[in-house]
Design a protein around this ligand. Sequence first.
Ligand SMILES: [Zn+2]
Length: 294
Amino acid sequence: MDRGCERRADPGLLPGIWGAESTVVMLISAGKTLIRDQRIVLLPSAGRTLPELVVYLGRAEEGSDVPAGTDIVLEVVGAEDREAYDGDWLGLRDVATLLSGQDAGLFVEAAAVSNWHATHTHCPRCGAATEIESGGWVRRCPADGSEHYPRTDPAIIVSIVDEQDRLLLGNSAAWPAGRYSTLAGFVEPGESLEAAVIREIQEESGVVVHSPQYLGSQPWPFPSSLMLGFTATATGTATRADGVEIMDVRWFTRTELAAAIESGEVQVASGISIARALIERWYGGPLPEPKEGR
Ligand SMILES: [Zn+2]
């Protein structure tokens, strides 16, 4: 997909393409989209009224699931109107692993930008209701002219390894007792990513780390995060869970983690998350599944 950032600035973009055979509509309603046969339903725009809240998602390139040149536009649908459509309304977490790469990417883009619209309807300077511009990617205040852009909140997520190549995983206060994952936290204003890694890990686990190395990122629109994956080395092994966000932290060897997952004692993050990718990068391949009977 080509997001077509340069096309968005044209105020005639959406009225111009709406109704054309090459323009299709993806629906979103409180984070859920319409799914049929493990694909996002893309409706013809012809015959539909151009709604007030639409976002230009982009144009399909060669090799897409839809013909090259297809413009995809997001329409936000009220929960009360969902029943008018044939298909299942499902969230990103429900279907991400079933969708094609293109559909998963579209869903992430649509969820993130629609989450922003849902919570940023008014000007933060003066409180006036804002107006939507630039293909749904800008909101402008008619009172003071200020422009407001979709927000992304950076968060670091870290695989912490000690001198014996053991991995540190934590149990969050929000999770069941057996669920463990890599530690994570939001970057503060005026803070580098590396400083955030060192601060968050010490706060949550009591472990001092050094030499953070960036590995990769994942947009996580629940509602607006960008997860930045790192690995870092611990200077020591003593741990102290903060007892507020993190209830327990444990070091695992590969053998210990595999045994804990197989026995059902420990559950780790699902396949769609960067947490899983970080753990499997350290592990050296796919993690085992829980044994039968669990
Ligand atoms: Zn204003």
